[in-house]
Design a protein around this ligand. Structure first.
Ligand SMILES: [Zn+2]
Length: 86
């Protein structure tokens, strides 16, 4: 699979842009921000690799590595967890 050249997803994560779709559930986030699903504690803490693109809600391709993960949305580009570490 070809890696898309877009960095939109990475930029959204780095700038803390409000997600449109929930990265763990793929649910469209309602205006009031209340999710209808219950997340696992690690997902709530932001420790889990995303499964859905927060911009378009597509399922993303995730690879878990011993030191983190990388995720690719076919439209919005790749994210590596190493970029998100502080
Ligand atoms: Zn996307």
């Amino acid at each position: 699979m070809k890696t898309p050249e877009s960095t939109e997803l990475l930029e959204a994560l780095l700038t803390g842009a409000a997600p449109i779709y929930h990265p763990n559930t793929g649910e469209k986030i309602p205006e009031d921000g209340e999710l209808t699903v219950t997340l696992s504690p690690s997902a709530r803490a932001g420790l889990e690799a995303p499964r859905y693109c927060q911009i378009c809600g597509r399922r993303i391709v995730v690879q878990i590595r011993p030191d983190g993960w990388d995720a690719i949305c076919s439209r919005h580009g790749a994210v590596d967890s190493k970029y998100l570490e502080r």
